[in-house]
Design a protein around this ligand. Structure first.
Ligand SMILES: [Zn+2]
Ligand SMILES: [Zn+2]
Length: 269
């Protein structure tokens, strides 16, 4: 697909033009075999509100950025390897039509096109590139992806405790695991999720308990070095913890007996 364009003069010129628009704020994009297939403005659902973003589809990556001057200057460049992408078509909302979700292991977000035809074109080109890449590398499509962040405006109250009302003084936070908008009290914990970041990230209390639980199960089901592997894993997860969580989350899990471990492990299979 479009491979005949690779290493042609016209392709190099088009890629150089994109590099130029991003200037020093962007990465070099030219690579042997890389082809620029198309570009367009899509509306990206961001934390505060939907914003127009410029998107460039290459045969192996999707690049997007903020528009300073259309066709002249872009910044805040993001590069997504297409191998890691899966797509999901979404229903219209009152404000946004022709939506779909771009899901990757590190980050997932919703975009919308100006028309249904445009969405169809984007999705079919993206799918074709992804399929082509996966066939070439023999990799399986990515199944685990990051939860998209629920926009701030979607809720006035904490989505976990449903008590805290947000205001200018009471800030909204996002759980990096489920993407919910939560209050500070409901997201005091940090957890190391290497797929998302090398640093422990803010998670809501529910996700914290679930993550901890599955980490403990994994450690307990390992045939050797139960205690040691659990210890080393767990301690690295809590590095960024802001406060002692008053034992929250850990209280309901005891690691003591061999019997319990076996029960847990057999219930898993
Ligand atoms: Zn809360
Ligand atoms: Zn969560």
């Amino acid at each position: 697909m479009m491979d005949h364009l690779a290493n042609t003069e016209i392709n190099s010129q088009r890629i150089a033009a994109v590099e130029n628009c991003f200037g020093a704020s962007g990465q070099p994009l030219a690579l042997p075999g890389r082809v620029l297939l198309g570009e367009g403005i899509l509306t990206k659902e961001c934390r505060k509100k939907p914003k127009p973003r410029i998107f460039f589809l290459f045969n192996d990556i999707l690049v997007y950025g903020s528009i300073v001057i259309n066709k002249r200057k872009y910044n805040s460049q993001h590069i997504i390897p297409l191998e890691d992408v899966t797509l999901e078509t979404l229903p219209d909302t009152l404000q946004m039509k022709n939506r779909w979700m771009i899901k990757t292991s590190k980050k997932s977000f919703v975009v919308s096109a100006a028309s249904l035809t445009e969405r169809k074109e984007w999705i079919s080109h993206l799918e074709e590139c992804i399929k082509h890449l996966l066939t070439k590398t023999g990799r399986q499509p990515c199944t685990e992806h990051a939860a998209p962040w629920i926009p701030d405006k979607a809720t006035d109250i904490c989505m976990r405790c449903t008590q805290t009302k947000f205001s200018t003084l009471t800030r909204r936070h996002h759980c990096r695991k489920c993407g919910f908008v939560v209050c500070a009290d409901c997201s005091r914990q940090r957890f190391l999720m290497p797929r998302l970041s090398p640093k422990p990230l803010r998670v809501c209390n529910l996700c914290y308990r679930q993550l901890l639980h599955s980490e403990i199960l994994t450690a307990m089901c390992q045939p050797e070095g139960i205690g040691s592997s659990l210890h080393s894993k767990a301690s690295s997860s809590f590095l960024g913890q802001e406060e002692e969580g008053e034992g929250k989350g850990t209280a309901d899990i005891t690691l003591s007996s061999e019997i319990q471990r076996e029960r847990y492990c057999s219930s898993l299979s």
